[in-house]
Design a protein around this ligand. Structure first.
Ligand code: ASC
Length: 150
């Protein structure tokens, strides 16, 4: 047993596995990746709602569930150490001092996307309009406050 633990500790040390080993810029890339994935699924849901593509209830639900799961993830990437990153980004400086308001909006995204995922699966896409619109407004309200215009 002691040999096994020593082996694991040795492996972790050579593999560099520890929280401290995550580079600051990796947090930026991480949260941007999550938002990109969310956008991918949300856009395709929007196309269905707006009738630009055929509505498929199963596909819509899968995408809504993906978005609801992803919505819980970006907050982890907003660590203050990333404030001065040299990577291209759209984060307004307000994010770093209006933390309570920002956290509230992030939580609102979790709540609204969870509700949409719950309602998804409906046969009539018109029944999803309200819940979909709520998520879209949640995206927008945070962008208006905290996302630099591109
Ligand atoms: C999208 C996307 C966003 C939101 C937002 C909704 O498809 O990429 O950021 O919808 O535009 O208001």
């Amino acid at each position: 047993m002691r040999k096994l633990i020593a082996g694991i500790v040795f492996f972790m040390s050579i593999a560099g596995i520890s929280q401290a080993e995550v580079a600051t810029d990796d947090y930026v890339t991480y949260r941007q990746s999550v938002f990109n994935l969310m956008g991918w699924h949300f856009k395709q849901m929007g196309a269905m709602i707006q009738g630009r593509t055929d509505y498929d209830a199963t596909e819509f639900k899968q995408r809504a569930e993906a978005v609801a799961a992803l919505a819980q993830m970006p907050a982890e990437g907003f660590i203050p150490e990333t404030r001065d990153t040299q990577l291209p980004h759209h984060v307004k400086p307000e994010v770093w001092y209006q933390t309570e308001r920002f956290d509230e909006l992030m939580q609102g995204l979790v709540v609204s996307t969870t509700e949409l995922a719950k309602q998804a699966g409906a046969e009539d896409k018109d029944d999803l309009r309200a819940a979909f619109g709520k998520v879209a407004r949640q995206c927008k309200s945070c962008h208006d406050r905290y996302r630099e215009r591109m």
